[in-house]
Design a protein around this ligand. Structure first.
Ligand SMILES: Cc1ncc(COP(=O)(O)O)c(C=O)c1O
Length: 387
């Protein structure tokens, strides 16, 4: 088995989540919309999960809606919140370094007449309330700023940004896909109106997520059909997935402090070890970053895909920055938004640790990285041929 150090891409399902899910695939397979007992058992568990998810996020059960994951949650909130306020205007504010689930959705919406302002983060990945304040217009219908960035791990000051939006009575969405399960997330403390999350980032199953929505009447549906989720998100509910997600979130929050302390220790060990290699720089905010999240730029290489491949040969799963650009040799839009030039933005490296990683894993990864960097610098220097 390789040593897995790419937990920001996805995580393995926890044993507890798997155990909790199993009965709902076979014995308790009823459709929650059916009125006989088998269906009502599913309906009951669904509503219990809604209440448990709400408790994990400081929300009310009526504010939680189940979806197929982070991408759907982002799409739904962006399209649904803007469509609900169409009479007021079509201006949306976001940042230039969101996940593509937000950026590409907004590009699509621009083709249909939306106007989008993309705030530029500073080198560490921070956005200030003043930047937001200056961008808000009378026709602004939504602000969407991520809670934690998926390439550099910076945790943004959402309470301050959401407060600014609230003063202007503009609804605020945060994509919290990378944050939920890894730092404490309380929707009231954040002060947001909408939040997206995804189960597979915190040891839950793939293809299931949720939306927090403070004002459900401010959101039009993305998926119409059988009228599930109070007519707001149609489609037969993924009961096993929802049970797995709920169990995994509770499990990660129960052990949060202890895991955070351990991951912070391993994170420091990785960061200090990697920075001993000449020509490697830490990206993102050295202080406000997700636990276990280590991100760098490696000078003197053509593209970090080669480094990821070398590490793979040596038995380590790490990433060049984000899953979407892993197979292509593009530069990361996130690193470019942070002000790195195109060449350096193609040389990002992301090591994201999880609960099962040990000090020994870290030391072995550091040794493998030293060898890999040396080899890639020798064989694939900047400007090398693609062949
Ligand atoms: C910040 C962020 N938003 C959205 C997504 C998409 O989530 P999902 O994979 O559940 O569709 C991801 C996944 O990488 C992410 O990191």
């Amino acid at each position: 088995m390789p040593v897995y150090m790419d937990h920001a891409a996805t995580t393995a399902l926890s044993d507890r989540a798997l155990e909790a899910m199993l009965p709902y695939f076979r014995e308790e397979f009823g459709n929650p919309s059916a009125i006989y007992s088998l269906g009502q058992t599913s309906k009951n568990v669904l509503e219990k999960c809604r209440a448990r998810m709400a408790a994990c996020l400081g929300a009310l059960p009526t504010e939680i809606f189940f979806t197929s994951g982070g991408t759907e949650s982002d799409n739904w909130i962006l399209r649904g919140a803007c469509s609900a306020r169409r009479q007021r205007g079509r201006h949306v504010i976001t940042t230039a370094f969101e996940h593509n689930a937000v950026l590409r959705t907004l590009e699509q919406m621009e083709k249909d007449g939306a106007e989008v302002t993309r705030l530029e983060p500073d080198r560490k990945g921070r956005i200030t309330p003043q930047q937001l304040e200056e961008a808000i217009r009378p026709d602004t219908v939504l602000v969407s700023v991520m809670l934690a960035n998926n390439v550099v791990g910076t945790v943004l000051d959402i309470p301050a940004l959401a407060k600014t939006a609230r003063v202007h009575r503009v609804p605020f969405h945060t994509d919290a896909v990378q944050a939920v399960g890894h730092i404490s997330v309380d929707v009231r403390k954040l002060g947001v109106d909408f939040l997206s999350l995804s189960a597979h980032k915190f040891n839950g199953p793939r293809g299931v997520g949720a939306v927090y929505c403070r004002l459900p009447n401010r959101l039009t549906p993305l998926l119409t059909g059988g009228g599930q989720e109070k007519e707001l998100r149609s489609g037969t509910e993924n009961v096993p997935g929802i049970v797995g997600m709920t169990t995994a979130l509770e499990e990660s929050l129960e052990a949060l402090d202890e895991r955070t302390a351990r991951l912070r220790g391993l994170q420091e060990r990785i960061i200090s070890g990697v920075l001993e290699i000449p020509g490697i720089h830490l990206t993102g905010d050295p202080e406000n970053r997700l636990p276990g999240f280590c991100s760098f730029i490696v000078e003197g290489i053509f593209h970090s895909v080669y480094l990821v491949n070398e590490m793979n040969e040596r038995g380590f799963c790490i990433s060049s920055g984000s899953a979407c650009s892993a197979a292509s040799r593009e530069s990361s839009h996130v690193l470019m938004a942070l002000g790195y030039d195109k060449a350096l933005a193609g040389a990002g490296l992301r090591i994201t640790l999880g609960a099962e990683n040990t000090e020994k894993d870290v030391d072995l990864a550091l040794a493998a990285l030293r060898e890999s960097v040396e080899k890639v610098r020798r064989e694939k220097p900047p400007g090398a041929s693609l062949l």
